[in-house]
Structure formats: C-alpha cells, structure tokens
Design a protein around this ligand. Structure first.
Ligand SMILES: *[C@@H]1O[C@H](CO)[C@@H](O)[C@H](O)[C@H]1NC(C)=O
Ligand SMILES: *[C@@H]1O[C@H](CO)[C@@H](O)[C@H](O)[C@H]1NC(C)=O
Length: 358
C-alpha cells in the first residue's frame, strides 16, 4: 500500500539474496492471543505487563464524555498499538532466538531489554485505548493478521523508525482533534504517549547510527495517512472490526527512487493507472509534508504510462526547507494551495509515500 525508500530498496536485495527464514512466531500471520493472553490478559497477567513496562496503566477516572472524533481517535490508537505489539513481540522473538539476520552479538542484552520494555509499554497503550472505548460502550478494536516486510535487524529498526515517526505525527492530529472536540481530558495522557514513542524513536535511530533527535519540529501527519499505512502490514480481510473506524484508506503511491540522498533533486513515483479517475495528469499534484511547515506542492513531470502504472517525477526541494526526518508524500487532486496537512489529506488520491533521512 505504501512505500519506504529504505526498506523497499533493502527488500529488493534481501529477497533475492537470502531464502526467507521460517516465520516461527506467527504461522499464517496469526500473532494473537499472546502467551500472556493479550489483547485480553487476566488481572495477574496485566500486573506482570505493568512490571515489564516499568509503570502502570493510568489509574484515574476516565473523562465524563467522549466525542465522535475522540472515539475515532481511540480506535485508531488501539489499531496502531496492537499492530505495534505484534511487530515488537516478533522482533523480541527473533532477537531472543537469534533468527538468521537477528544475531546481534555485542549489545544483545541491552537491545533485548529495550525491546521487551517497548512490547509491554505498547501493550498498555493498547489496553488503555481499548479500555476507554469499552467505558464509552464502544467495541474494542480486535487484532488483525499481519505480514511484516523485514527479515533482518537493521531493516526492522529502519521500518520501526519510520512507522513510529508517522505515529508521532498522527498523535499531533489526535491531540488537536481531542482539543477541538472538547475531549481535553485525554490530551495529557496522549501527550505522555507521544513522549514515550519519541523515546523509542531515539533508540531506533541510535541503533541505526543516526543522531537520536531528527528535526526540531517533528513532521505532522493526519489520521487517514496512518490508517492507510497500518493496513499495508495487515493481511487483507483479516481485521475483524476495522470497518468500525470511519477513516479513509488511500490508493498506493509508490516511491520508485532508491538510495535517496538528502539533496534537492527530482524523485520518481508511480501509481496504478486504473486507480486514477483522470488521464489528464496535469490536474494532479505531488505534495510533501515535512516538519510544521506549509505543505509543499509540486507538479507531476514527465508522466508516462508504463504497463498499468503512471510513472512520473516531481521536484523534491530538500535544501529550501531542510527536509530531514520524515517527509510524507501524497498525490492530490488539484494544486491547492493547501493550508495544512488536513487540507492535503482531504484532496489526496494516492499516498502516503514515506521518505526518511538521517
Ligand atoms: C522475524 O523473522 C522472520 C523470519 O525471518 C521474518 O519473516 C519476520 O518479518 C521478522 N519479524 C520482525 C518484526 O522482524
Ligand atoms: C474515482 O471515482 C469514483 C466514482 O466517482 C470514486 O468513488 C473514487 O473515490 C474516485 N477515486 C479517486 C482516487 O478519486
């Protein structure tokens, strides 16, 4: 559904170079229930999760009301956190068992300890969101089946760093919507989760030998982008109640350029011709979202139909805006101007393409 510069390129190499090791923890993409009962742990199991997470679930009362937008926020958070529990649980499994590509040698204990804390912390994030949904008589979000496109530790860290950056942007949107909708009682707790995810991001960056902090104002995102991206890791049709989440799923935008250096250049993208409702590609734009800046709108250049795909280039103005950290790319109907990321999402047809620099 979406593409990552670094791991799409990596995968191309890995798939041809190495037979894929057996996926032992998750036969057929089934990760849940975990051995501790998650997503429905007993009281004793929850106490153990809290020990492993180095802290407890918030024990204060929930707010007295929850808006419809706030409900959607909690559903998206639960969907995302359960996906993260699946991902990091398997990562712990792979590192623990020194699965091919995951034998770390030096640093093994430290990394494993860090990852185990992350699993337990993500479990509590998910339990907290689903618990709040239940208090407001909403169905808790159920796990899907998943399929992760990584088979070694470095690409697993790169992918974790990228989806966590998207979450860090999306939780900004979540907090803004809570505030706008009068759900201010949830802003503090979600802000504390943003900090936790930011700490995790620093760790993912460190083990990739990147400096821990990426950019002064982290890239913002919109819920629909995260909703679409999460589904690229789920097995289609396997999410029992994802249909209760009223968010949009965009068609795929593929970033074709590989090994992109942080520099001003043209980038190459493609999308499926059949998914465009036009053949006049000059009516579409390529939009970049980075930091807290106004969305940057570029025209589609050299659009060509190749096979079933429309392949095109667009200018990437790295130097003008110092576009480090995460950049979100989307193809929109029209050229805006777009006041903010929400306006981009409202006009998006294809996306998100995710570009990450050191
Ligand atoms: C764990 O290893 C298996 C086998 O290589 C791989 O298929 C799976 O994607 C890995 N999971 C993670 C989260 O790294
Ligand atoms: C294309 O048009 C159909 C029917 O009008 C609409 O449902 C769909 O959302 C459109 N697709 C895009 C990518 O705008």
């Amino acid at each position: 559904m979406f593409s990552l510069v670094s791991f799409t390129a990596l995968m191309a190499g890995i798939v041809s170079a190495m037979p894929t090791a057996k996926r032992e923890m998750s036969p057929d993409g089934v990760y849940f229930p975990l051995s501790n009962g998650f997503p429905n742990p007993s009281t004793d199991a929850t106490m153990q999760i809290q020990m492993d997470a180095h802290g407890t679930l918030p024990n204060g009362p929930p707010p007295s009301s929850l808006s419809p937008e706030g409900t959607t926020n909690l559903k998206l958070i639960a969907l995302n956190e359960i996906f993260e529990v699946a991902y990091f649980s398997e990562l712990v499994y792979n590192v623990t068992n020194k699965v091919q590509g995951y034998d770390l040698g030096y640093g093994h204990e430290y990394v494993l300890d860090a990852l185990k804390a992350i699993v337990a912390q993500e479990e509590l994030h998910a339990l907290n969101a689903n618990g709040a949904l239940q208090k407001f008589n909403q169905q808790p979000i159920a796990p899907c089946k998943y399929n992760f496109p990584v088979t070694d530790f470095q690409s697993a860290m790169s992918l974790a760093g990228t989806f966590t950056d998207l979450v860090l942007g999306t939780l900004q949107d979540v907090n803004q919507l809570f505030a706008k909708s009068g759900d201010f009682g949830l802003v503090r707790a979600v802000s504390s989760v943003i900090g936790n995810e930011g700490e995790q991001e620093g760790f993912f960056r460190l083990v990739q030998k990147k400096r821990p902090s990426s950019q002064p104002f982290l890239t913002t995102a919109v819920r629909d982008f995260a909703f679409t991206a999460i589904q690229s890791f789920t097995i289609p049709g396997s999410c029992p109640n994802i249909n209760t989440i009223p968010l949009r799923t965009f068609k795929a935008l593929t970033l074709m350029s590989t090994n992109i250096k942080p520099a001003t250049q043209n980038l190459k993208f493609s999308f499926a011709k059949a998914d465009a409702n036009t053949t006049d590609y000059s009516t579409l734009s390529l939009v970049y979202i980075n930091g807290q800046n106004n969305p940057v709108v570029k025209s589609l250049q050299n659009a060509n139909v190749e096979g079933g795909n429309v392949v095109f280039e667009a200018a990437f103005p790295y130097d003008e805006f110092v576009m480090d950290g995460l950049t979100i790319a989307a193809v929109t109907k029209g050229a805006g101007p777009f006041a903010d990321a929400d306006a981009v999402a409202a006009a998006t047809q294809f996306g998100p393409g995710l570009i990450e620099f050191d």
